[in-house]
Design a binder for this molecule. Structure first.
Ligand code: PEP
Length: 266
């Protein structure tokens, strides 16, 4: 039995005082949760104070990105060791809001603010390896765009992203990785993927892991669904056999909504 994992991606929200206020509420409502793994993923600036505030609780802390180098002349980047130092145990990698848009010389900054930051499958792979080497658990995000879904390439896109993320990673490490299947068209849009379809695509991810590492590793790997998961649709999504948790954006910013989703995962 895989333990479900509910992670709240706060994105670029919450100042330090706001972050502390939110985790104080979460601590009171879910600080002793053991049936489900719970993780909050604040912006970098709030990582350390949030980790301090959550000491002694069962709630874990994750970062939203990392760089694969340990130190050096990489202005603006954050090393894996810095995240550990700040108190993180998890790290998001390859969120669709950081993945790149190859072939587009000048992205449209008004209509296409997502996917501006140049992440590729190979940077995702390097980051996953660096995270594992530092003792962090990667939450690797994968998912198709609306255009890819309409073109009927969802399964090929998702399995390709999964396989390339795992390139050169030993089986024992691969089993530690958490995948988050996040159809890009469902993120922050209120447009949720049907539970059966989300479960089916999570099954495609699991089959890709099985192809590389065998059934044992595939059965061990946890696969979350993410994309407009809310208290009112969480139960149905989280009851599906291939969905082992949720990566929650908007609904993780309110303690009561996030806690209702945690409860739906029990
Ligand atoms: C996310 O940012 O990973 C996400 C799933 O966002 P939302 O829940 O707001 O769609």
């Amino acid at each position: 039995m895989r333990k479900k994992i509910i992670a709240g991606n706060w994105k670029m929200n919450k100042t330090i005082p706001e972050a502390i206020a939110l985790v104080k509420e979460l601590k009171a409502l879910a600080g002793g949760e053991t049936a489900v793994d719970v993780v909050v993923v604040p912006p970098f600036t709030a990582l350390y104070p949030v980790a301090q505030e959550l000491k002694g609780t069962s709630i874990g802390v994750g970062a939203q990105n990392l760089f694969w180098k340990a130190s050096g002349a990489y202005t603006s980047q954050i090393a894996p060791g810095f995240l550990v130092d700040a108190g993180a145990q998890y790290v998001l990698i390859g969120h669709s809001e950081t993945r790149g848009r190859f072939g587009v010389a000048e992205p449209d900054f008004d209509d296409d603010v997502l996917r501006l930051f140049g992440e590729s499958d190979s940077t995702v792979n390097r980051k996953a390896k660096a995270a594992l080497a530092a003792g962090l658990i990667p939450i690797v995000c994968i998912g198709e765009t609306l255009a890819e879904r309409k073109a009927g390439t969802t399964d090929a896109v998702v399995s390709g992203q999964t396989e390339r993320a795992l390139a050169g990673i030993p089986a024992a490490d691969a089993a530690k990785i958490i995948f988050a299947y996040e159809p890009v068209w469902a993120i922050g849009t209120g447009e949720v993927c049907g539970a059966d379809e989300a479960d089916r695509v999570c099954g495609v991810v699991r089959a890709s892991v099985a192809k590389l590492f065998g059934a044992g590793t595939a059965e061990a790997v946890r696969i979350q669904y993410g994309g407009s998961m809310k208290p009112d649709n969480a139960k149905e999504l989280l009851s599906k056999p291939n969905i082992d948790g949720g990566l929650i954006g908007g609904a993780s910013l309110k303690a009561k909504d996030f806690v209702a989703i945690i409860a739906a995962g029990r």
